[in-house]
Design a protein around this ligand. Structure first.
Ligand SMILES: Nc1ncnc2c1ncn2[C@@H]1O[C@H](COP(=O)(O)OP(=O)(O)OP(=O)(O)O)[C@@H](O)[C@H]1O
Ligand SMILES: [Mg+2]
Length: 251
């Protein structure tokens, strides 16, 4: 059965989009059909990691939510970002970068059921094995709706006290929404911290499994979201780490 996974964090800049995009690459490299939805309508960006600029986006999730375009028709095949001859595929539903469309999203509501039904239909229409939803930080409507349709929420957090408190809030909300699986991914961990100790600490704090502790990486920072790290650095330790996180996220 297809797995729907929301990638979330309470605070911004934790690494949701880069984790989402690199895991999509890992899944496609292992032969899966992967969907990625940019549900960060207020500040979209994950398309950049797949090599697209805002101007390359002609139709977006906005045309589904506030128009009559079927969601499947907004999906762009971005498999090439994961490398040549990848056995699986990646289908990106982008979010519009047009200022007018972003402000419309903030101004006009939409039918919640239309949003959730669109995500479920997308899985069927594209025959997906995995659907990853990249969310806006904090708790907005799209995020809550994404969590509601998800089998798993991956909560990304930095080892930072502001993140710790925020993650507590987001975890509580995910539990109230009865998401079946909650997994933690610690990102940007300083090299000086013991990853195993960090893992144990967050697992105890949130009573949830931590499926990876990703170090702060100059190599990732230097790539600056210009493509998928795992495709450009197939033998890097970080890529090996993403390869262990990918399967651990799918239940
Ligand atoms: N492990 C890491 N080491 C170093 N830099 C990282 C790491 N993970 C992500 N980054 C960098 O941090 C920045 C923010 O990452 P990203 O856009 O993925 O976060 P985000 O949670 O999606 O942000 P937002 O909340 O704004 O959507 C990017 O420049 C990215 O390259
Ligand atoms: Mg993001």
């Amino acid at each position: 059965m297809a797995q729907i996974v929301s990638v979330h964090s309470f605070r911004g800049g934790t690494g949701k989009s880069s984790t989402t995009a690199n895991l999509a690459g890992i899944y496609a490299q292992s032969g899966l059909r992967v969907g990625v939805v940019d549900a960060d309508i207020q500040s979209p960006g994950v398309h950049v990691l797949f090599g697209l600029a805002g101007d390359d986006i002609n139709v977006a999730i906005n045309d589904y939510l506030w128009g009559s375009t079927p969601l499947v028709e907004t999906a762009i095949d971005v498999t090439a970002a994961a490398g040549a001859d990848v056995p699986g595929s990646i289908h990106l539903v982008p979010s519009s970068t047009q200022p007018g469309e972003i402000t419309q999203a903030l101004r006009d509501g939409y039918d919640a059921q239309h949003f959730t039904q669109g995500l479920r239909d997308l899985v069927d229409d594209l025959g997906l094995d995995v659907l990853l939803i990249d969310t806006h930080p904090g708790l907005n409507e799209e995020t809550l709706l994404s969590i509601v349709v998800s089998h798993t929420v991956a909560m990304v957090l930095r080892p930072d006290h502001q993140d710790y408190e925020g993650t507590g809030i987001a975890v509580e909300v995910a539990r109230q929404l009865e998401v079946p699986n909650l997994k933690l991914i610690v990102n940007k961990a300083p090299m000086s911290l013991n990853p195993e100790l960090l893992r144990t600490r967050v697992e105890e704090a949130y009573d949830a499994e931590a499926i990876g502790v990703i170090p702060h990486s100059d190599a990732l920072m230097t790539l600056a979201s210009e493509g998928l790290f795992i495709a450009r650095n197939p033998d890097h330790e970080l890529t090996k780490l993403y390869r262990t996180i990918g399967p651990a996220l799918l239940t």
